[in-house]
Design a protein around this ligand. Structure first.
Ligand SMILES: Nc1nc2c(ncn2[C@@H]2O[C@H](COP(=O)(O)OP(=O)(O)O)[C@@H](O)[C@H]2O)c(=O)[nH]1
Ligand SMILES: Nc1ncnc2c1ncn2[C@@H]1O[C@H](COP(=O)(O)OP(=O)(O)O)[C@@H](O)[C@H]1O
Length: 213
C-alpha cells in the first residue's frame, strides 16, 4: 500500500526479483483491460481518468479472479485493496499474511508523477529524474514507445491524493487492527528498499538481495 506515486510499483518489482512472489498490480491489470477494450476496462476508464476509484464490486471481481490463477503461488498485491470493503472482501476469501505501507510524504509525490513514464505492455516504470530509460521515451527492453499516463496530469494527481486520503487511509487502520500492517517511512525508494527486504526476509526466504544505488 501507499499513496499514488509512493513507489508501490517500483518496490514491488524489486520484491518479486528477490522473493518467490508473483506481482499482481491492480493498476496494470486495469490498464490492460482498457487496452483490450474489455467491458470492465471501458467501465473503469472514466473513473481512472478522473482520479476516482473504480467501483469496489468491479475491482473485487477482477482481483479475486486473478488470485484464482495464482492458487499455487505466493502473491504480492500492489494497489489493492484501496477501500475497507475491498479489504474485507479480500480478508474473507484470500487473507493476506502481511501488509506493507509505503509512508511517503505527499509533497514529493507531485513532482515524481509528472516525470513518470511507463511501458504500458510490460508495466515497466521509469522517471526522468530517478530512473530514466537509456533512450528518452523508449523502453530499455523492447525499444517500444513509453507513455505518460492520462491520470498523471497535476490536476488528476491532486484528485487521486484526495481520493487516497478519503478511502485508502482507513484501510491502514483496518490492517493495524488486524495486527499485520508494517509501515516504512521515507522519501526515497533506495532508502526504503533495504528495510523492506530485511523485513520480508523474516517472513520468507529471499532468493537474493539486490542492492540499488
Ligand atoms: N525521484 C524519485 N522517483 C522515484 C523514487 N521511487 C520511485 N520513483 C518514481 O516515481 C514514480 C512513481 O513510482 P511508482 O513505483 O510508479 O509508484 P506507485 O504509483 O506507488 O506505483 C515513478 O516514475 C518512479 O520511477 C525515488 O526514490 N525518487
Ligand atoms: N484497488 C483499486 N480500487 C479502485 N480503483 C483502483 C484500484 N487500483 C487501481 N485503481 C484505479 O486505477 C488508477 C491507477 O492505479 P495505480 O496504477 O495503482 O496508480 P498509482 O500506482 O499511481 O497509485 C487509480 O487511480 C484508480 O482509479
Amino acid at each position: 500500500m501507499g499513496p499514488p506515486g509512493s513507489g508501490k510499483g517500483t518496490i514491488s518489482s524489486r520484491i518479486v526479483k528477490d522473493f518467490r512472489l508473483k506481482h499482481l498490480s491492480s493498476g496494470d491489470l486495469l490498464r490492460s483491460q482498457i487496452h483490450n477494450k474489455s467491458k470492465e476496462g471501458l467501465q473503469a476508464k472514466k473513473y481512472i481518468d478522473s482520479g476516482q476509484l473504480v467501483p469496489d464490486n468491479v475491482m473485487v471481481q477482477l482481483i479475486l479472479n486473478e488470485l484464482q490463477k495464482l492458487k499455487h503461488d505466493s502473491w504480492l498485491l500492489d494497489g489493492f485493496p484501496r477501500t475497507v470493503p475491498q479489504a474485507e472482501a479480500l480478508h474473507t476469501k484470500e487473507p493476506a499474511d502481511v501488509v506493507i505501507n509505503l509512508n511517503v510524504p505527499f509533497e514529493i509525490i507531485m513532482s515524481r508523477l509528472t516525470s513518470r513514464w511507463t511501458h504500458a505492455p510490460s508495466g515497466r516504470i521509469y522517471n526522468t529524474d530517478f530512473n530514466p530509460p537509456k533512450v528518452q521515451g523508449i523502453d530499455d527492453v523492447t525499444g517500444e514507445e513509453l507513455i505518460q499516463r492520462e491520470d498523471d496530469k497535476p490536476e488528476t494527481v491532486k484528485k487521486r491524493l484526495e481520493t487516497y486520503q478519503a478511502h485508502t487511509e482507513p484501510v491502514l487502520n483496518y490492517y493495524r487492527n488486524l495486527g499485520i500492517l508494517e509501515e516504512f517511512t521515507g522519501k526515497y525508494s533506495n532508502e526504503i528498499w533495504p528495510k523492506v527486504h530485511k523485513f520480508l526476509s523474516t517472513k520468507t526466504e529471499p532468493l537474493q538481495y539486490t542492492v540499488y544505488k
